[in-house]
Design a protein around this ligand. Structure first.
Ligand code: TXA
Ligand code: MG
Length: 338
């Protein structure tokens, strides 16, 4: 059975953190909130414990996990060479939603990195996450705490719906702040490559370390095999509408699709459709609001058994790039069945 413990996010109760840490030390699985999404944690130095993560999520073995640490000084325990760019980025953005890919120390089991010679590391800013890692006394490997292929969880209930009975404990710290996953930057490449856009934007990164490129899909595949799997996907078919499309067009698309079954519209344009099969989640046209609510909106549409979800896109600039990355992936055609 999976136990759920509710915590005060600002002042996490000591006993609950200690219990969670003892589960991590014993090789078990604990889901916990971070500032981005909930993670499914295990002792990163324990190969068996890491394997349990893959089993619980149904995660393909070639999709590497992020290792979470509670201070930049812990980086030396998991990576081989700490470049000056790594030092600068950690000083600027940690704790926070930035993941650095560096050379992996042999002490870190290769299962964590799906056999790659690198390892992805970040220091989260959520108090529950930091207290848990500190009390565990070991780096914590944690992918997002969803069943593989489903949207990342932003509440403890999302985790429970996906993983009840498959993990030991869920620490419930309420809804996560940001709502989409961290930026992943590969520092083993020169110039560094963004393998996954996130809340720390390309401009923010290059403001600190100079030139930074977006990984091409070929590079993404080579450096981050997991990105080829279908991600962030609702069960329903999903269609992404370009930002700035006229309201009449959006309304017409919804009406057409309603002839085939229930339709969910997630977006900021108001449409006037009076039909019990039409579900509408209205968001502000703002990257922070989209990031905060999009995965929850996907799950809600799935629960309402819509046949098709229509999502209105936002501008790609600044933080919008990370949101649009997730929307494009969710809308993309399945390429390998995950
Ligand atoms: O915000 C986040 O990053 C959340 C929270 C829980 O920290 N975690 C998360 O983990 O999103 P996950 O496993 O769902 O996504 C990890 C991403 C994947 O795209 C994976 O391919 C990439 O990081 N990754 C992990 N290790 C890597 C490595 N050694 N080289 C390149 N990419 C790596
Ligand atoms: Mg994930």
């Amino acid at each position: 059975m999976t136990q759920v413990i509710h915590l005060d996010p600002e002042h996490p109760e000591y006993e609950a953190i200690e219990l969670a840490a003892s589960i991590i030390r014993g090789g078990g699985l604990v889901a916990f909130p971070t500032e981005t999404v909930y993670g499914l944690g295990a002792d990163a130095m324990n190969e068996n414990a890491v394997r349990k993560i893959f089993e619980a999520k149904g995660r393909p073995a070639d999709n590497p996990c992020i290792v979470h640490i509670d201070g930049s000084e812990k980086l030396a325990a998991v990576v081989e060479r700490i470049s000056s760019k790594a030092v600068q980025l950690a000083a600027s953005f940690w704790p926070g939603p930035l993941t650095l890919v560096l050379r992996r120390k042999p002490e870190v089991p290769s299962a964590v990195s799906a056999g790659l010679s690198t390892v992805a590391v970040r220091m989260p800013s959520n108090k529950i996450a930091i207290d848990l890692i500190k009390s565990s006394g070991t780096p914590v490997a944690a992918p997002s705490a969803n069943v593989s292929g489903r949207p990342s969880p932003t509440t403890a209930l999302h985790v429970l719906n996906d993983l009840d009975g498959r993990i030991d404990l869920i620490l419930d710290g309420g809804t996560t702040n940001i709502g989409i996953e961290s930026t992943v930057v590969d520092l083993t490449n020169d110039p560094p490559l963004i393998l996954r856009p996130g809340w720390i934007t390309r401009d923010m990164l290059s403001g600190v370390i100079g030139s930074v490129e977006y990984g091409t899909s070929a590079e993404e595949l080579r450096h981050s095999p997991g990105t080829r799997h279908r991600h962030y996907s609702p069960r329903a078919k999903m269609t992404l509408v370009e930002p700035g499309s006229p309201p009449e067009l959006i309304e017409r698309v919804c009406r057409e699709r309603l002839q085939h079954g229930p339709v969910g519209l997630i977006g900021y344009t108001r449409v006037n459709i009076d039909n019990p099969n039409f579900k509408n989640i209205v968001l502000k046209e703002d990257p922070a609001e989209y990031a905060h609510r999009i995965y929850s909106a996907f799950r809600s549409m799935d629960e309402q058994l819509v046949r098709e979800i229509i999502v209105e896109g936002i501008s790609d600039s600044g933080e919008g790039a990370a949101v649009m990355d997730r929307l494009r992936r969710a809308a993309s055609v399945d390429n390998d069945g995950h």
